[in-house]
Design a protein. Sequence first.
Length: 319
Amino acid sequence: MMMRFPTRKNRALPDDFDPKAYLELNPDVEAAKVDPAVHYLKFGVKEGRQYRRPEGKKEFTKFLAHFSDLAPDDQNGFDLFEGVWSSKIPNIANTGIFDGFNDPRVHWLLEELGDLTGASVLELGPLEGGHTHMLETAGAQVTAIEANHGAFLRCLLVKNALGMKSKFVLGDFQSADFQPGHRDLVVASGVLYHMTDPVGLLSRLSETADKLFLWTHYFDEDLSKWAPDIRSLLKKGKWDTKNVIRQNVSGLDVRMVRQSYGDALGWDGFCGGSDVTSLWIYKDDLVALLGKLGYTDVRINFDMPDHPNGPSFAVLAQK
């Protein structure tokens, strides 16, 4: 099929729209063999899809060449990310509002597991190191993997300011080589619902540790339980409820719904998934899947079907 590539004469498109890059960055569009410009104008704008390759590295390198004329202070480093912090950092001004350094979900995890002294913990998606700090304070030896460049650098600032020993690694844990039985505990809070292959990730994690902690959004088919403010997004198609995705895992039918990030992609502090969409697993199917993966003790807490961002719960699964 011959594709039509628009020129800059098409005033409805951004001046820097790159049709070839749009197809490369959005493989589902390329696979559908549709005109990239038409798709962007009809769907891509609303879905917040990337239409050109970012020049971030070049701009970042220029930024790194600058010098500070401020008096030395821990605050200076944090101010480099002014306006994009999610977490409230202890003893640091002008950060976020999320109290990740005193999170009741992690307190519950620590109460359930008891002493973590010397435990080897793999944390996925540490955001800005709040949970990492709580785990380290409880005695754990933590390695945290973060794919988002900004979040990774903010974790290093937190580590420096708070004198933490945990190790932060930049990279995509979806492509990490997890070694079987290598960890005592995996912590993945705010991660699973950002994945394009959540089932595959859980399958791999089940082999690296006998204990798994999740806090995640899930899909609840009883839409009456959802928070009133978010039901409007359901009606607008943020969750594609008409095309339920199914995956068979050892005879278990795991159902998932695709969600789109939309306008959230435009925020400089966005730390969601690496794609423009992700898959949310049905609640009952997620619990059943953990059983299939060998977790015999599955404990649930903080179950909030009316969470303002969508149904969610915390899960501690043990073999």
